[in-house]
Ligand binder design. Structure first.
Ligand SMILES: *Cc1c(COP(=O)(O)O)cnc(C)c1O
Length: 225
């Protein structure tokens, strides 16, 4: 199947899920995660109508950006080392992995405009996963008040790798609950009404639970390496 056919299929599935849960498919942004594929395949996604690309490493991010440039919005979805912020800050549309104050400080310092950031939350109890604990999200966001270039547009999470749909759903639901809690505080710099959750294997559940940004790699563009 071509990237274009897979994109069509995913869009059809999104429409079906949205119909079931009475959501508007236009409220869901598809980020094609291109970390496993070539520039050519990423370009195929763009040609098929994809508008958002996601990369989890600086090298891949720069490579895709240099190849595709203004034709897409670029999302950084991986762990971000503070010293690398300066290299991507001018090109990034949103950062989905804000997980510590020192990173917010660096983003604020290097950016010459407001940068959309998602706070990454560890909604499963796995020690290995990145992200901050649900109960620490509000105090964390409170601590960002003096970083005017950091705009907290939403929260991001990765569900655990499991076949247990109930557990996955619970993680997504948790993220939404935390986001509701943040919104009740009405921080001017943290509207926090967007949810980046759902990947190839679980985006349908994520949409049911309120995802606004789904990050799809293998199912959309495949896996070449
Ligand atoms: C790789 C990756 C994805 C996409 O994974 P697939 O299972 O291939 O869809 C989504 N989010 C993050 C943070 C990733 O690193």
């Amino acid at each position: 199947m071509s990237v274009s056919e897979r994109y069509q299929l995913i869009q059809d599935e999104i429409k079906q899920v949205c119909k079931r849960v009475k959501r508007n498919p236009d409220d869901i942004e598809i980020i094609a995660v291109t970390k496993y594929v070539s520039n050519e395949t990423a370009q195929e996604a763009i040609d098929a109508g994809v508008q958002h690309l996601g990369e989890n490493r600086l090298e891949g991010f720069m490579e895709k950006y240099e190849s595709i440039g203004q034709a897409a919005n670029f999302h950084f979805i991986g762990t971000l080392q503070s010293r690398k912020v300066k290299d991507l800050i001018d090109y990034v549309d949103s950062i989905h992995s804000l997980d510590r104050k020192s990173l917010a400080k660096e983003i604020n310092k290097r950016a010459s405009r407001e940068v959309s950031c998602f706070v990454q939350v560890n909604t499963s109890d796995e020690e290995s996963k990145h992200g901050i604990k649900p109960e620490e999200v509000v105090p964390f966001i409170e601590s960002l008040a003096n970083y005017p270039n950091v705009k907290v547009v939403g929260l991001m999470t990765m569900a655990p790798l499991t076949d247990d749909e109930q557990y996955i759903r619970q993680c997504f639901r948790k993220l939404r609950e935390v986001s509701d809690e943040v919104q009740r505080h009405q921080f001017s710099y943290a509207p926090c009404d967007q949810l980046s959750m759902g990947m190839s294997n679980d985006y349908q559940i994520a949409i049911e639970e309120g995802a606004t940004h789904i990050r799809i790699g293998s199912k959309l563009v495949g896996k070449e390496v």
